[in-house]
Design a protein around this ligand. Sequence first.
Ligand SMILES: NC(=O)c1ccc[n+]([C@@H]2O[C@H](COP(=O)([O-])OP(=O)(O)OC[C@H]3O[C@@H](n4cnc5c(N)ncnc54)[C@H](OP(=O)(O)O)[C@@H]3O)[C@@H](O)[C@H]2O)c1
Length: 373
Amino acid sequence: MARPPTTPLFSGPPPRINPSTTPRNDLHPLPGGWHDSLRAPATDDVEVLITRTRVPPVLVTGATGRVGRVVVDLLIDAGVPARALTHRSEAAATLPANVEVVTGDLTVPESLDAGLRGVGAVFLVWTAPPTTAPAVVERLATYARRVVFLSSPHQTPHPFFQQPNPMAVLHADIERLIAAAGVESTIIRPGVFASNALFWWASAIRADGVVRWPYGAAETAPVDDRDVGAVAARTLYQDGHAGGDYVLTGPESLGQAEQVSIIGDVLGRRIKFEELSPDEFRSETEGSWPRPVVDMLLAAWGATIGRPAFITSTVFDILGSAPRSFRQWVADHATAFMEGPTPSSRPSPRSGSGPRSPWGPVPRPPGSPWHSS
Ligand SMILES: NC(=O)c1ccc[n+]([C@@H]2O[C@H](COP(=O)([O-])OP(=O)(O)OC[C@H]3O[C@@H](n4cnc5c(N)ncnc54)[C@H](OP(=O)(O)O)[C@@H]3O)[C@@H](O)[C@H]2O)c1
């Protein structure tokens, strides 16, 4: 994966924070709070260089994932020691050489102890079943002063985010655990990731340039994973984000068919969008996507038809730079749409070459053995 461009840090005046997305505290990029020891120092600041030696590491879970990887890079760029958690040892090879790598598994809470020793903050990405979440959050609160949690906008009053959604239930459960643990926290709530486009459409684009998909008119505001990671990194080392609750979106509302058309435009290829009914989509993804994910997406897309996507200014408010557009994201990942496994015939989810779910393990609905409440 290409290293993300470096976001300028502390190169201008403190960014303005939108009170609607930042419930507490002003942003203090200079000394003044508990987080001073994690701030990114100016290299000519002797006092800070002394402080740097005392900067406790940040444990980054999901460090080999889309967002965690960016967080690791930006922490390192900011001079903050990053400790990357991996649970598959082979994944460690994909991390930068100058990052400390620890192994641990969210489903085995005690396996996290070594990585948690001496940390100041934790970036929590939960992609495991929920059973061990209470024990893990308790451990994080024992070792760290701050947890930044990658959640979703399940509290946002827009129909897209208010449909039945097992991921949202899991995220809400973990937020409650974090609040009850009494640890300082920041909740990051990105909407739909721009990179979902790769999981969803790249194999069809490579195969025959025909994307068969439901709800072409459903509008979302895809957010660039690099912007999500940049906001998360800021909240991990910059003062003033305790209690922050940030809904992150991309800058524009785009229909799904329009997003496919932008991809074709950037690639210089004609890509056809063929509308599927919800039932056709269910049968196309049968066997390759978890049914709860399919139903969750269909409900969200269906509910948003006829409305523009929900958009916030939070990326700009926190980073002081505009969120990247979907077109920009596609341009920066164009090769990924052209190279890679090309199915020999039309993508068939049953043969494993069809659209891939970007969600990984999906919790079962309440009442199932996986569910904690
Ligand atoms: N896709 C979206 O549009 C969207 C929108 C809002 C929120 N989100 C949320 O974003 C999160 C996913 O973030 P992402 O896309 O950056 O992740 P990702 O790319 O799917 O990567 C998953 C990460 O989780 C790690 N992991 C998996 N199982 C683990 C375990 N048992 N113990 C420890 N680590 C484990 C993996 O580590 P290894 O490489 O070592 O296996 C990997 O680093 C999810 O909570 C999702 O709900 C997604």
